[in-house]
Write a protein that binds this ligand. Structure first.
Ligand SMILES: C[S@@+](CC[C@H](N)C(=O)[O-])C[C@H]1O[C@@H](n2cnc3c(N)ncnc32)[C@H](O)[C@@H]1O
Length: 272
């Protein structure tokens, strides 16, 4: 009770700041140290991607390069273009893949809100993406950008947060009077996504949205997961000195240490 009163007083004192334009920075070291569901999501998308081994594949929002490394293993005669807007995430990726030559890997520091065709030298056979597309506000222009870099007959396989994503955390944020994650992210339904893909130059579209609740083992791990991943956009708008307490206040209201993810899984081809 005393803690709750204290939290309420503290949260009432938080001055929520306006955030700057995306792409935001990420804590790449903490990101790679956590047992994130992203690892499983990445394996799932990769397993669904049919590859001969000589293709050119675009990893959209490649982050620290975990999936980029796995993609390269599937492409012994191919090439991966890894694109991300975070300097820290890309530095970690370049470090992880330091032994891979420019004939196999291109890394690009690019804002995905701009057309990718401007940054890429040649089209790709496949677009792969994990846990990234909800960060882009305008999905119409994003999907046109992705269709614009795919060769005819190419393939898009991606997963990202959909409608109702992290709803249990959003409810706590509303309760505490903090900004919602959905204010910074685009959590669309499967139907909206399929319509936007069709209107943006894709065909053979298949989109589903599946619930995927994720639990963390310990309280410390849960707080690190909230701070560096789930609440990262929310914390951008809270003064640095108050972020830890805000994370603790959210964690205290989620005693099961669970985040209720809803994941969109999409497959599509560029229309001829
Ligand atoms: C949750 S991480 C996912 C990283 C990786 N795909 C994985 O599954 O581990 C989201 C990534 O999207 C990138 N991102 C978000 N918005 C972006 C933008 N506007 N332009 C470029 N990259 C962006 C972030 O920098 C971050 O690396």
């Amino acid at each position: 009770m005393r803690n709750n009163t204290h939290n309420a007083r503290f949260l009432a004192s938080i001055h929520v700041m306006a955030t700057t334009h995306r792409p935001r920075e990420w804590d790449a070291t903490t990101y790679d140290s956590l047992p994130l569901p992203h690892q499983r999501w990445g394996r799932g998308v990769l397993a669904s991607l049919p590859l001969r081994g000589d293709e050119r594949v675009l990893d959209v929002g490649a982050g620290t390069g975990r999936d980029t490394a796995a993609l390269l293993e599937r492409l012994p005669r191919g090439h991966v273009v890894a694109v991300d807007g975070s300097t820290a995430m890309l530095a970690q990726l370049r470090n992880r893949l330091a032994g891979v030559g420019p004939d196999r890997l291109t890394t690009l520091h690019t804002d995905l809100t701009a057309p990718l065709a401007l940054a890429l030298e040649e089209p790709v056979d496949a677009v792969f993406s994990v846990a990234t597309l909800h960060w882009i506000p305008d999905h119409g222009s994003l999907f046109r950008s992705l269709a614009g870099v795919l060769r005819p007959g190419g393939l898009l396989r991606a997963e990202w947060g959909g409608a109702g994503n992290v709803a249990n955390v959003e409810a706590v944020l509303v309760d505490l009077g903090l900004p919602r994650i959905g204010e910074a992210c685009n959590f669309a339904t499967a139907d909206q996504t399929a319509e936007r893909l069709a209107a943006s130059g894709f065909t053979d579209i298949d989109v589903v949205c599946v619930p995927d609740p994720v639990r963390m083992e310990s309280g410390a791990q849960f707080e690190a997961f909230l701070a560096s991943v789930v609440l990262s956009a929310v914390l951008d708008s809270i003064p640095v000195g108050q972020r830890r307490q805000a994370v603790r206040a959210v964690a205290a209201r989620l005693p099961e240490r669970q985040v209720d993810y809803q994941r969109l899984q999409a497959s599509a081809r560029p229309a001829a």
